[in-house]
Design a protein around this ligand. Structure first.
Ligand code: AMP
Ligand code: GLY
Length: 421
């Protein structure tokens, strides 16, 4: 089979490497891919939101299955468009993708189906914000309704800040959002639970904990993710049962009732306190960098799983996981998540000897005349596996030191919650 993989991040390089292990696969085309995928697949430079051009290329290269990595094409309806043109595609349709594409949609669905989540109010004007402020204690979380590339959420400690941020969003700060969701603040431990879903069933697809803040001990502004580990021990059997029965099943049933059954990966972002999970967010895709720690633990052929999911035959597949633990640390461009330079040469990567247990996934990189350059804020994901998180972290840091990229920085405390106790 020929596979088309949409996206250009560390998640897509990890997917690409895993897909390559499948003996069902002939060739992989990455739209547009990155410096890492260009060595193991064929990169095709394209704007992934230009659906018509994508379709032409998918037909030209005789692609049998398209896998969509990032949220934006999903939320904008790529799966519906390709399916209408008879192209087999893995991922949720436009309606189901609103779980991530509209926070108001997600919160209303929770309310109707009694799914545990923070109390909230959807607001379109200032008066509604003032009313919520009267009834809810600070801090209050202000969220832009639509996609905002990870910048749409602010935890506000004062009423003035709530009003200021809300006003900015009403005035059009994010093109995708003319309304906001105000939420009560939840305390606890954050973790993510993943499932792969088809029309009739779903299967466990790993747990992980991400580190969103840029600085050590979870300080500083939010980023796309500075590192992650899997599994997340906070998700024990008791919590897992509640996640499935109180959150996942009611959500999937609600979408089915609407004649828009979910298909694809579903990322369940949770706050957990005293063994009680609350839904913080849904993402309609794998996480990045969570994918980079979950896939190295997967033992079953990923393409076999995905084909069965797109054909609603997921029930027939057994998905097996390694008992090994896994961690990734993101090597970022200095200045990220603020301003940073691109096009900085990364010299040492080819000289680094990695073992079977290690993986270097590229994110913001590009290859020019066989030379590697940075091309984004999150540049490389150095991943390793083993039996002990502290040892894995030491191994990763020793690899990053060997890469010795002067334009980069990384967090040295990934996994502190499971290591420092
Ligand atoms: P989201 O884009 O919804 O994932 O929000 C980004 C981050 O903001 C989450 O990963 C949480 O750390 C934090 N967050 C969002 N909603 C809440 C909430 N209701 N209470 C506490 N923290 C939250
Ligand atoms: N790592 C967070 C996300 O993928 O949304």
């Amino acid at each position: 089979m020929n596979i088309g993989l949409i996206g250009s991040g560390g998640r897509e390089h990890a997917l690409c490497k895993k897909i390559l292990e499948s003996n069902l696969v002939n060739k992989i085309f990455c739209f547009p891919g990155n410096g890492g995928t260009s060595k193991i697949a064929q990169n095709i430079d394209i704007d992934i939101l230009n659906f018509k051009k994508l379709l032409r290329l998918i037909k030209y290269y005789k692609i049998d299955l398209v896998i969509v990595g990032p949220e934006e094409p999903l939320v904008k309806g790529l799966v519906d468009f390709l399916n209408k043109n008879k192209i087999k595609t893995f991922g949720p349709n436009k309606f189901a993708s609103r779980l991530e594409g509209s926070k108001a949609f997600m919160k209303r669905l929770c309310k109707t189906n009694k799914i545990p989540t923070a109390n909230f109010k959807i607001c379109k004007k200032k008066n509604e914000v003032l009313n919520f402020l009267k009834t809810t204690n600070l801090p209050i979380v202000v969220k832009a309704d639509g996609l905002a590339a990870g910048k749409g959420v602010t935890i506000c400690k004062t009423k003035n800040q709530v009003l200021k941020i809300s006003n900015e969003i009403f005035k059009g700060k994010f093109k995708s959002s003319n309304k906001i969701v105000l939420e009560e603040f939840l305390s606890g431990d954050e973790a993510s639970y993943f499932v792969i879903v088809d029309k009739t069933s779903f299967k466990f697809f790993g747990t992980a904990q991400d580190h969103k803040r840029v600085r050590e001990r979870d300080k500083g502004p939010n980023t796309g993710g500075m590192g992650a580990y899997s599994p997340a021990p906070i998700i024990n059997k008791i919590v897992e049962k509640k996640i499935i029965n109180k959150i996942i099943l009611p959500t999937l049933n609600a979408l089915k009732k609407n004649n828009n059954p979910y298909r694809g990966f579903l990322y369940v972002g949770l706050m957990i306190k005293n063994n009680e999970p609350s839904l913080i967010e849904y993402n309609v895709r794998m996480g990045d960098p969570e994918c980079q720690v979950i896939l190295p633990r997967l033992k079953t052929d990923l393409i076999k799983i995905m084909i069965n999911a797109t054909n609603d035959n997921l029930k027939r597949v057994n998905i097996n996981w390694s008992k090994k633990k896994s961690m990734t640390i993101v090597l970022c461009s200095k200045g990220y998540p603020g301003n940073y330079s691109k096009n900085k040469r990364i010299k040492n990567l080819d000289k680094i000897m990695i073992k079977k247990k290690d993986y270097i996934f590229h994110a913001g990189t590009k290859l020019l005349n066989e030379k590697l350059f940075s091309n984004g804020g999150r540049v490389l994901n150095v991943t390793s596996t083993g039996n002990n998180f502290l040892k894995i972290r030491k191994r990763i840091i020793s690899l990053i030191k060997k890469i010795n990229w002067k334009n980069g920085f990384f967090r040295k405390d990934i996994g502190w919650k499971v290591i420092d106790k």
